[in-house]
Design a protein around this ligand. Structure first.
Ligand SMILES: *Cc1c(COP(=O)(O)O)cnc(C)c1O
Length: 391
């Protein structure tokens, strides 16, 4: 491995200001570090922003995916489909439930699941009698999946839909924010530091279905309820609670939730800044031998990532190394999940989802975050131009 200089411009990073710091400090001096008033406030803020009825805040996006699968009844013997072009968590959540995972290949232009491939795979699965219970779609890089098509197929074949919207807080599809769940049962967000807003670690599931929301709230805290109507038998006293299912400790603490409330007040500005930078990249890079991201009609991307594809995959490593050597913190999204050793062990083979593999072979994520300066962005573009034209 080449020894690189320190990263001067990361590919993504959080934006924390004094208001955020004050919000966390206030909690530290308050009575509640967990299970206080901040989490319900944060849940309401996110749910209201995206236009969903319920928000369930948890310890990570991965925990939200796990609880979403459990709430929809995913268990041993069930099948869950997702996109190979995602973070491993999109597939692991089904495995946590004891279910089997399979993938639907992507559209090479958007990196999102290809709905034509989904349709033919559903047709075949219907004939062979092994339809998935749940489909997890991923809004890759912040660009919404064509949810209307997905929902039509899901209804036709009786499949529930989870939106892995870890990249897509702030994105819009048709006239609604991603997370409004007009075409899905549950959507999940991540608040990892490189995502649209951060709580350090953290995640949230949003839904319009009160039953699913209650289930996820119980499962995030040991499967315990204090609601008499959910219990068997008598309430034995004011202290009483019952464990009614096997749950987890997936709670989000009050420092995280307060940071989240504060970050939400700035989300619109963060997304506007990302959009402006993405437009500028488009202008700065359009004449280079690169395939640049395109946003489909009726969609607004949250621009979580700016993924360029080098036209010639043979030079990807060289381009990547040259950018890193220039102090630019590039990354690659994603190594297709099915090629990971722990998935190959399950029987997945290289070559099985060729569009994702080709995309991976060309992809480089270049810096994009709200506080990226025009000067630094210009430096990234100039460096890329030099690398691609002077080789
Ligand atoms: C970040 C991410 C997750 C996991 O979120 P965590 O909060 O890190 O657990 C899941 N899916 C996708 C697509 C992600 O990018």
């Amino acid at each position: 491995m080449a020894a690189f200089p320190p990263v001067r411009i990361p590919y993504g990073c959080q934006s924390i200001d004094q208001q955020d710091i004050n919000a966390v400090m206030t909690v530290l001096q308050s009575d509640w570090l967990i299970q206080g008033p901040q989490l319900p406030r944060f849940e309401a803020a996110v749910a209201e922003w995206v236009g969903a009825a319920h928000g369930v805040g948890v310890s990570s996006g991965t925990a939200a995916l796990h609880l979403a699968c459990l709430a929809l009844g995913v268990g041993p013997g069930d099948l869950v489909w997702t996109s190979p072009m995602s973070f491993v968590a999109s597939a692991n959540c089904a495995r946590y439930c004891g279910a089997d995972v399979d993938f639907v290949d992507i559209d090479s232009l958007t990196g999102n699941m290809d709905s034509a491939l989904l349709e033919s795979k559903l047709q075949q699965a219907s004939i062979s009698g092994r339809l998935p219970k749940v489909l997890i779609v991923v809004h890759f890089a912040g660009q919404p999946v064509d949810m209307e098509v997905i929902a039509r197929l899901a209804v036709q074949y009786g499949v529930a839909v989870i939106e892995d919207a870890a990249h897509a807080l702030g994105a819009r599809y048709q006239d609604h924010a991603i997370g409004a769940c007009r075409y899905s049962q549950i959507a999940i967000f991540s608040f990892h530091p490189v995502k649209a807003i951060t709580t350090g670690e953290g995640g949230m599931a949003v839904t319009n279905d009160a039953t699913l929301a209650v289930r996820m709230m119980e499962l995030r805290s040991h499967g315990i309820t204090r609601d008499a109507s959910r219990m068997q038998g008598e309430v034995q006293g004011p202290w009483y609670y019952q464990q009614i299912a096997l749950g987890y400790n997936y709670r989000m603490n009050e420092m995280q939730a307060a940071l989240g409330v504060s970050q939400m007040t700035k989300l619109a500005g963060f997304i506007a800044a990302r959009n402006r930078l993405a437009r500028q990249y488009q202008n700065l890079l359009s004449d280079l031998p690169l395939i640049l991201p395109v946003v489909g009609e009726g969609r607004e991307s949250a621009w979580h990532l700016y993924v360029i594809q080098v036209e010639d995959p043979a030079i990807r490593l060289e381009v990547f190394n040259a950018l890193r050597a220039a102090g630019i913190g590039v990354n690659v999204h994603y190594i297709p999940i099915h090629t990971q050793p722990d998935f190959q062990r399950l029987g997945f083979k290289e070559g099985q989802f060729p569009n994702a593999e080709v995309y991976y072979g060309r992809a480089i994520s270049i810096p994009l975050f709200p506080t990226l300066s025009d000067l630094d962005q210009q430096y990234v573009a100039d460096t890329l131009r030099k690398i691609l034209t002077h080789r």
